[in-house]
Structure formats: C-alpha cells, structure tokens
Design a protein around this ligand. Structure first.
Ligand SMILES: [Zn+2]
Length: 132
C-alpha cells in the first residue's frame, strides 16, 4: 500500500523545491535583478543579473562568471565546475593509488605513475584557479 504513496511524496517534494526556486526568482526581480537570456551551465535555469552587476543562478545559489572571448560569450559557472572537477580528480587519484598498491608489473606501474603525475598536475591547476 505504501508503494503508491512514496513516489507521490517525492513528486510533492520536487514541486515544493521548484516553487521555492520560483519564489526566490520573484524576490530577485522585486529587488531589481534582471532575468537574462542565458542559462546556468550547471542546471539550465535562467540567470539573473543583480543590481551589483553580478550574474547569479537562483537554483544553484551561486555566482556565475561570464567570460567574453571576442564576440562569443562563454559562461563558466566557475565555482560549480571547478569544484566538480576537483572532486573527479581526487576520486581518480585515489583509484590509481589503490591500483598502484596491488600492481607488480613494472611496465604497468610506470604507466600508473605517469597517469598519477598527470592528474596531480591537473589538480594543482584546478586548485590554483579556485584560489583567485
Ligand atoms: Zn544553476
């Protein structure tokens, strides 16, 4: 009997989360923010420009940075993206760490350690970018 009740509850929860986002959007408009013709790269919801000039995603509740490259506008939800990138790299690093521990073939170990060093380089780059 409960089987039919639970999905309905989840749907309710999602609907109330969406309602909360809409309410926040309405509040932002009231405060003088402008809805832009741009989407958040992380969640695809419309972006707002605050009176301070900052671009904001209401759903992620994060600031979105717009980088102009010539005529093109590239949107980088820098915080969202870099955080996810950092987590991916850390996860891969720990996987490789586990592999190295049990690997005994020298050729394979060389491969793994060069992989490891590439990942560490990338991790360093990502961390440098997040510490602006
Ligand atoms: Zn978003």
């Amino acid at each position: 009997m409960n089987a039919g009740v639970r999905p309905e509850g989840e749907k309710e929860a999602r609907r109330s989360r969406e309602a909360a986002v809409l309410r926040r959007m309405a509040d932002m408009l009231k405060q003088g923010a402008v809805m832009l013709n741009l989407q958040c790269p992380a969640c695809s919801s419309p972006l707002f420009r605050l009176r301070s000039g900052e671009i904001w995603c209401v759903k992620c509740q994060k600031r979105v940075v717009i980088v102009r490259e010539g005529e093109d506008i590239t949107i980088a939800a820098s915080d969202v993206l870099l955080t996810s990138l950092e987590q991916t790299l850390l996860r891969k690093l720990s996987e490789i760490d586990q592999m190295i521990k049990v690997e005994e073939d020298p050729a394979r170990l060389r491969e793994l350690s060069s992989l490891l060093s590439g990942l560490l380089d990338n991790l360093e780059k990502v961390r440098r970018m997040t510490r602006r």
